[in-house]
Design a protein around this ligand. Structure first.
Ligand code: IMP
Ligand code: MG
Length: 423
């Protein structure tokens, strides 16, 4: 039995949704342990495209159970919308295959309004958030003033707590020059969502420990990526949760010694959406990928910033997460690049750096040092086994795995389930 933590090794959007869907075949339970509907996991089945935000990507496989753990922040109205959307498309969602933690914190409309207002106030220094209210919701959690799923399940208690929260937050919004929000409509909307979600809510810690006792295999689905981690990322240009491997433990109540392996997912190049330093960013790489119709955000539709593979970043990700194995995605994105660059280290003030500096201003000053590798200049989309790949593509994969310091396990050459090579 192997319990696997899957994390993003870069700045998010590594293609985790597709890899989770692929790995779910061999798992019994898929758990989300952090983040909220800032995430956008795209999974393609045949001609159908699904974009999941709060529900684990495992929901698309029959006979699997999905858990939204205590570490997730939930916008209940958005979650009901996501459940309805899946049902409309024939995906079964019931209390049999979705369990939601009663300890998960709620995202409320004032969190979204504050998120937006703070970004406006920051002006040029904005973070470039998804405006889903994630930061303010985790802020309330840490300040011990948040409302949880368990509160929402008790209508009278919820309404009372909400009233006090709305008074406080409307005062803040007013002071910041933003529109205030009507208590009555929020209360009604959330109580309606509560009714729809009630069958799913439980103590997910107990649920997961029962499952462990019965030898069920668990897959932990990371959202966002290592460099968006609140502690280990490019602070303050990060999200507000622990996106690294440890977050899977605190966000689910499954202890560290029950975890068997950590799989790091990374693109064959690098992307980032939102503001913040990005040493290997390259306009030509961005233009090329955007012209191919790739690298537009699944949640906000924003064009992602793109650049060369950054082994300084993925090396650090291997360290922080304890990555044992790698899944490299989007290899096909480099199919027509004549000469591919790989960043092996940075230079900063005449010094050679093997890992990124922790200060974002210093990171922005780093100069990437590249090696060049010859491109394979042919399509990899039809490859189904490692041996089907051009020799130059195999060499490239070998090189980025070597520089990252983990074993190559999966290579992905397109969005389809079958476009997945197990090495
Ligand atoms: P927030 O999580 O909405 O507060 O956004 C903070 C930063 O994380 C911004 O740079 C976002 O673009 C980025 N971010 C949040 N969620 C994702 C994701 O799922 N993929 C990629 N970037 C994300
Ligand atoms: Mg995404």
């Amino acid at each position: 039995m192997a319990n696997t933590i899957l994390v993003g090794a870069q700045w998010g959007d590594e293609g985790k949704g597709k890899i989770i869907d692929f790995l779910t075949e061999h798992a019994d339970i898929v758990v989300r342990s952090q983040g909220g509907n800032n995430a956008g996991h795209t999974v393609i089945h045949g001609s159908k495209k699904y974009v999941l935000h709060l529900i684990p990507s495992g929901i698309l496989r029959a006979k699997k159970t999905c858990v939204i753990g205590n570490g997730v922040v939930i916008d209940p109205v958005a979650l009901v919308g996501e459940i309805d959307g899946l049902r409309e498309r024939g995906v079964k969602v019931s209390a049999k295959n979705l369990v939601i933690s009663d300890c998960a914190h709620l995202v409320l409309p004032y969190h979204r309004a504050l998120d937006e207002q703070r970004e406006i106030t920051k002006g040029r220094n904005k973070i470039g958030t998804t405006k889903r209210g994630i930061g303010p919701a985790y802020g309330d959690k840490a300040a011990r003033t948040g409302l949880r799923m368990g509160d929402l399940m008790q209508p009278a208690l919820f309404s009372e707590k909400l009233k006090a929260k709305m008074q406080e937050n409307n005062a803040i919004l007013k002071a910041l020059g933003a529109k205030t929000i009507s208590y009555k409509s929020v209360n009604e909307e959330y109580l309606r969502a509560a009714e729809a979600l009630q069958p799913f809510v439980a103590n997910t810690v107990v649920f997961l420990h029962e499952a462990l006792k019965n030898g069920r295999e668990i897959l932990f689905e990371g959202a966002q990526g290592t460099f968006l981690d609140i502690d280990h990322g490019t602070y303050p240009y990060v999200t507000s949760s622990n996106t690294t491997a440890g977050g899977a433990c605190t966000g689910s109540g499954v202890p560290p010694h029950r975890m068997d392996r950590v799989l790091g997912v990374m693109k064959a190049y690098t992307t980032r959406v939102g503001e913040g330093p990005f040493p290997t960013e390259d306009a030509a790489v961005s233009d090329r990928l955007h012209a191919m119709g790739r690298e537009f955000g699944a949640t906000t539709g924003r064009a992602r910033r793109c650049g060369w593979f950054d082994a300084v970043a993925t090396r650090y990700a291997t360290m922080v997460n304890g990555i044992d194995e790698l899944a490299v995605t989007n290899l096909d994105g480099l199919d027509q690049v004549e000469t591919i660059r790989v960043c092996t280290h940075y230079k900063l003030g005449g010094k050679k750096l093997e890992v990124p500096p922790t200060d974002h201003l210093q990171l922005a000053e780093c100069e990437p040092v590249y090696i060049e590798m010859p491109g394979w200049m042919s399509s990899t989309e039809e490859a189904r086994e490692f041996g089907d790949l051009p020799a130059k593509a195999r060499a490239y994969l070998g090189k980025i795995a070597e520089l990252t310091g983990a074993a190559l396990r999966i290579a992905s050459v397109g969005p389809g389930r079958d476009q997945t090579i197990v090495v």
